[in-house]
Design a protein around this ligand. Structure first.
Ligand code: A2P
Length: 339
């Protein structure tokens, strides 16, 4: 059986990756519709060797498709996801808009595939935040074995997570600075991102944490269905185009040796352990994770400062596993088991 599919936000980094991944994984696509704003209507994108014309989301009739993959931001999802659902299609939404709704499942297939069944209530499945996804894929095998009680995490996040304008801003600032020119007034970020690190992603909330940081807390609780895991994040943008890095310091209820953690992670779906003593024995966002599907784990070691503590380094392509790939994997499970 083949499914007619719409990709909303098809001209963005995530939407483009969705088209590429649907094709590469041989998802049974019948008709495909690439949608974006009026600005992009008529542009061309490629799918399975053919050039297809981008349609205007505002004029699209969702009754034509069975599955819609949304990645055009929370405002677009707020307005158009309900229309798509009313027209009878199942929506997999990459925005933050529906993630916390009790009647919308939030899914990472390696962590809680069974939650997909909850799509029946509203016809929507939410895809978590990119920084959350790679963290929970790495935490899952450790949590199942020894119960994770606390997570301290610092992120080093790529600018692609902020969209095309942020990527252009990093490129432009880098080029100007390397040729001895002054940079223009930043617009995508409040401060210079080139050759810098920005310790604030999203707005600061009442408790002093940012939206991005609290997403890591709330979404991890929902994904593990466990509000008892204590999570303490600091989310930082770094001048990297593709691939998020995270330094995780976790505490487990039961002791896990570094050796055992390595063994658990090696056996975990979606995880690749790169952790040897030789010069190249660790993974980085750019050299290992970018353009790949996996979540890579390195620097696995026992915490010398506390009991039952473990440290590791986690990298993944934020546009792929952090967004587009995870959405397509949800769609695969959906058609395999439910529709
Ligand atoms: P467009 O190219 O027409 O603006 P990114 O996050 O990489 O910047 O991409 C955002 C994606 O979401 C793009 O495909 C963009 O389309 C799409 N998008 C943004 N705003 C809207 C809107 N109001 N209606 C439809 N698509 C939108």
């Amino acid at each position: 059986e083949a499914y007619d599919v719409a990709v909303v936000g098809a001209t963005g980094a995530v939407g483009e990756a969705m088209l590429e991944i649907l094709e590469a994984r041989d998802f049974p696509v019948g008709r495909i519709f690439a949608l974006a704003s009026e600005r992009s209507a008529g542009k061309r994108v490629r799918f399975k060797g053919k050039s297809i014309s981008v349609g205007n989301l505002a004029e699209f009739d969702f009754a034509q498709v069975r599955i819609a993959l949304f990645s055009a931001g929370a405002k677009v999802s707020e307005k158009f996801v309900p229309r798509a659902v009313e027209a009878g299609c199942v929506v997999i939404d990459d925005s933050a808009h529906f993630r916390q709704a009790d009647d919308v499942p939030l899914v990472v297939p390696e962590v809680n595939p069974e939650a997909i069944a909850g799509y029946r209530t509203r016809g929507i499945i939410a895809n978590p935040n990119c920084a959350t996804i790679q963290m929970v894929v790495a935490l899952k095998p450790i949590h199942d074995f020894a119960h994770v009680e606390r997570v301290n995490v610092a992120t080093y996040q790529a600018v692609s997570g902020s969209g095309g304008a942020a990527m252009r801003e990093l490129a432009d600032q880098s080029a100007r600075l390397l040729s001895g020119q002054a940079i223009k007034q930043p617009t995508a970020y409040a401060k210079q991102i080139a050759f810098n690190a920005l310790p604030r992603i999203d707005a600061v909330l009442d408790n002093g944490y940012t939206g991005e940081e609290m997403k890591m807390v709330w979404e991890t609780h929902k994904l593990f269905d466990d509000r008892g895991i204590r999570i303490n994040p600091t989310a930082v943008h770094v001048p990297v185009f593709f691939g998020h890095s995270e330094a995780l310091h976790i505490e487990t209820r039961d002791k896990v040796s570094a050796e055992k953690a390595r063994e658990l992670l090696q056996a975990a779906p979606g995880v690749t352990v790169v952790d040897t003593a030789d010069a190249e024995g660790y993974a980085t966002a750019v050299t290992d994770a970018a353009n790949q599907d996996g979540v890579f784990v390195s620097r696995i070691r026992e915490d010398i400062s506390c009991e039952n503590g473990l440290n590791f380094w986690v990298v993944a392509d934020n546009v792929r596993k952090g967004a587009a790939l995870n959405s397509v994997q949800i769609a695969e499970k959906l058609i395999e088991k439910y529709i």
